[in-house]
Ligand binder design. Structure first.
Ligand SMILES: Nc1ncnc2c1ncn2[C@@H]1O[C@H](COP(=O)(O)OP(=O)(O)OP(=O)(O)O)[C@@H](O)[C@H]1O
Ligand SMILES: [Mg+2]
Length: 334
């Protein structure tokens, strides 16, 4: 029901353009990983090559140690869900799911039973006889998910399946997909360009840019120890600071307010309420600081901001604990 995946020195070129450039990726059996990166970095290309829908220019794809680089998509036992719902418009919900089982030699009774069971898993038992156009976007995507899962795939590949849905439905389906993954245990690879989605759903995240994987690690490690300044700025909000001649990063939640005369003097330029905290944009006024005149994003506890009546235009003194400074390799904007 689940296999490991090894991708070795994989590259994909379209004419002179390089979509993937020497990808190395090892995914464990049953792991949930996310491919995260800006538009055009090669996420879909990588997913399509794993599915067998596209050939690499060089390199190989191994499933449980078996080289499948030139195997057909059908032989790879993969379930796939795309951004667009891609259901057959002229088939009922149940028929859409059953259809995925057509190539298997099963009686129509068994096919129907399997499809109905999968429909129950995605919470749509009452919708079996509806046509796709009678469903909401979120419901259609649940059907697409059921159709991908009914074949009991070794791999579930998801290409931004939630990006067309509004926030609430998206959060709900994020939890559902993770629950289904944990229940069936198939190895899952989900493409997203939404960092929150990757952080909350994945066991490990592969951060991609320009056809390369720049970091592959747990959400916690990627947030706390970004490999370079690109990762630091792409995952979460970060402030870059020159400290002891080295580029370091500090997260907005790691500033504390100091007494007047201490720390670094800044001027508040904007304040946004975020519930438990306020996000401030501040300008560094301290001329002795290497960050003089730079802007920082600073998160302060709501109660503190309200007690101190912090307003736009006011001055604050901020302390930086050395322990919260993360050294990063500096890269020119990728
Ligand atoms: N069939 C193709 N022919 C030529 N170039 C292509 C083709 N498919 C993809 N590319 C190029 O390869 C690069 C990677 O594309 P890909 O679709 O993998 O990006 P992505 O990370 O999925 O982006 P997005 O987040 O916008 O979906 C892009 O520069 C794209 O223009
Ligand atoms: Mg894509």
């Amino acid at each position: 029901m689940a296999k490991s995946l090894h991708i070795q020195s994989l590259s994909k070129r379209y004419g002179k353009a390089t979509a993937l450039d020497g990808i190395q990726l090892d995914v464990r059996k049953g792991e949930f990983i996310s491919l995260l990166g800006p538009s055009g970095c090669g996420k879909s290309t990588l997913l399509r090559i794993i599915a067998g829908l596209d050939d690499p220019s060089s390199g190989s794809v191994l499933m449980d140690g078996v080289d499948v680089t030139s195997s057909s998509p059908a032989s790879r036992n993969i379930g796939m869900v795309f951004q667009s719902y891609a259901l057959f418009p002229n088939m009922s919900v149940l028929k859409n799911i059953e259809f995925a089982l057509k190539p298997r030699k099963l009686s129509s009774q068994i096919r129907k039973e399997k499809a109905a069971r999968m429909l129950e898993t995605v919470g749509l038992s009452d919708f079996a006889d509806r046509m796709p156009h009678q469903l909401s976007g979120g419901q259609q995507q649940r059907v697409a998910l059921a159709r991908a899962l009914v074949v009991e795939p070794d791999f579930l590949l998801l290409d931004e399946p939630l990006s067309a849905l509004d926030a609430n439905v998206r959060y709900q389906l994020q939890r559902e997909i993770r629950r289904i993954h944990d229940k069936f245990g198939m190895t899952t690879i989900m493409v997203t360009h939404d960092q929150d989605e990757a952080l909350t759903m994945a066991d490990r995240i592969a951060v991609m840019t320009k056809g390369q994987i720049v970091q592959f690690d747990t959400p916690q490690k990627i947030y706390r120890y970004p490999a370079d300044s690109f990762v630091a700025s792409f995952i979460g909000t970060s402030n870059q600071i020159l400290s002891g001649g080295k580029m370091k990063v500090i997260r907005p939640e790691h500033f504390t307010v100091a007494d007047i005369g201490e720390g670094i003097e800044v001027k508040v330029e904007s304040i946004h309420f975020k519930g438990a905290f306020y996000r401030l944009t501040v300008r560094v006024l301290d001329r002795t600081s290497p960050s003089f005149n730079e802007k920082w994003a600073v998160d302060l506890q709501a109660s503190l901001v309200e007690e101190k009546h912090v307003r736009i235009g006011e001055l604050l003194n901020l302390l930086i604990n050395e322990g919260n400074l993360i050294p990063v390799k500096e890269v020119v904007t990728r």
